[in-house]
Structure formats: structure tokens, C-alpha cells
Design a protein around this ligand. Structure first.
Ligand SMILES: Nc1ncnc2c1ncn2[C@@H]1O[C@H](COP(=O)(O)OP(=O)(O)O)[C@@H](O)[C@H]1O
Length: 208
């Protein structure tokens, strides 16, 4: 059986180690497209979890909410794929854990990276405790999020962008690249021929 979730506008995952620049890019893309045909709703997943109470309490050691994944995913499923028909906007899902989301949701997965020394400083400026800084900088060195993204999505939809903050016009250039991709996606009617999860299973079976 084939499940299609036709979409008019794409869903972009913006991922990367905390501090690499996901939210900054997501906000910028949402603002520069706010008057265009394809607008984007920015979903900052950590904020949403906190706001809607999609968690099982506070983890004091890691100073973060323990996410209730089922509640979060049920909520997002209806928001992203409304039963009444295609959503009126595109979406940016902003989160550091790319494997959390079903493959069928994501049309483009952008992984932000940042030089380790700059990332260290950004996290220290945020007031993160040393254990959290070390964990995140180590993850960035090991390219953990990039690996996880490559394991979760098809190679052709994964894009890696640097967000060092020291190159002039870097963010604007990054966002222009994403906008170019969005235009092609819409022109090609990619949302209508969208491959659902069952399609993927059929394809994988065929390909062995
Ligand atoms: N390209 C960039 N240029 C300037 N500052 C940046 C850039 N990318 C990130 N930053 C800064 O780094 C910090 C972390 O960025 P943020 O977008 O909050 O990261 P994330 O959402 O990945 O946790 C912010 O203070 C932001 O202003």
C-alpha cells in the first residue's frame, strides 16, 4: 500500500549540534519569506516541548526537559499533515536530534556546522554547564548529528552548511541556497509525487 501526504510547500529540517546556528537561520528564512507565496512556520522543537508540556519532567543533571516523544510526534503529525488537506505554509523543524522524525515528513535536511572553538564560546555565552559544553563540542567534533542525519534520510536531501559567523554574508548565502532549493521543489511539484514511508519500504525491498 502507498501512503501519500501531498504537500504544497516543503518541510525543512534544520539540525546540528546546539549552538551551530539552526534557530538563527530558521528565523531568518521565515522572515525573508514572510510575504512570499511559500511562507514558513518555524517550529523550534525544544520551545514547543516546553510550551505545550510534551515532557516527563526536568532533568537537573543536563538542565533540560525529558521529552515525551509520542506526544510531540502526535501533535506535529496533525500540524504538518492536516487531515483536511495540504498545509497552507511550509515548515521549518528546528531540532538537534534528526532521527526523531519520520522520514516521510522531511523534504530537505540541512545540517549546520560550526568550528569547535567558536561553538565552545557560544555555549559558554549561553551559560551552559561544563558537562553540557563538553558533550556538545565532542558531538560536533565527532560529527554525530551529520552521521545521524545521513542514516535517517536519503543522501540527495541532506545539505551541510557552515555557520561560523565570521564569514561576511554567510547566513544570507546559506539561506539563499535553501530558497533556491525550495523554488525547485515547488516548480517540480515535488510535494505531489512525495515518497511516503510505505513507498520507501517497497523501494528498499525491491533494491534488496
Ligand atoms: N552565521 C552566524 N552569524 C552570526 N552569529 C551566529 C551565526 N550562527 C549562529 N550565530 C550565533 O550563535 C549563537 C547560537 O545560534 P543559534 O541559532 O541559537 O543556534 P542553535 O539554534 O543551533 O542552538 C547565537 O548567539 C547566534 O547569534
Amino acid at each position: 500500500m502507498t501512503t501519500h501526504h501531498p504537500r504544497e510547500f516543503p518541510i525543512i529540517l534544520m539540525t546540528g549540534t546546539p549552538g551551530t546556528g539552526k534557530s538563527t537561520h530558521a528565523q531568518y528564512l521565515a522572515s525573508v519569506t514572510s510575504t512570499s507565496e511559500c511562507k514558513f512556520e518555524h517550529i523550534n522543537v525544544s520551545e514547543l516541548v516546553k510550551e505545550k508540556g510534551f515532557h516527563e519532567g526536568w532533568d537537573e543533571e543536563w538542565k533540560s526537559w525529558v521529552m515525551d516523544e509520542d506526544k510531540l510526534l502526535d501533535y506535529l503529525e496533525v500540524l504538518l499533515n492536516p487531515p483536511s488537506g495540504p498545509a497552507p505554509t511550509g515548515f521549518i523543524i528546528d531540532h538537534h536530534s534528526p532521527s526523531l522524525f519520520p522520514e516521510r515528513w522531511i523534504d530537505l535536511a540541512v545540517v549546520y556546522t560550526c568550528p569547535n572553538d567558536i561553538l565552545y564560546q557560544r555555549l559558554a555565552d549561553r551559560g551552559y554547564e561544563q558537562n553540557k559544553i563538553t558533550e556538545n563540542v565532542t558531538a560536533e567534533i565527532m560529527q554525530t548529528v551529520l552521521e545521524e542525519t545521513r542514516e535517517s534520510y536519503a543522501e540527495e536531501i541532506v545539505v551541510v552548511l557552515e555557520s561560523s559567523g565570521v564569514v561576511e554574508g554567510e547566513m544570507e548565502g546559506n539561506v539563499e541556497r535553501v530558497q533556491g532549493w525550495v523554488e525547485r521543489w515547488i516548480e517540480e511539484g515535488a510535494g505531489k509525487g512525495h515518497e511516503g514511508v510505505e513507498d520507501r519500504e517497497e523501494r528498499e525491498e525491491r533494491e534488496g
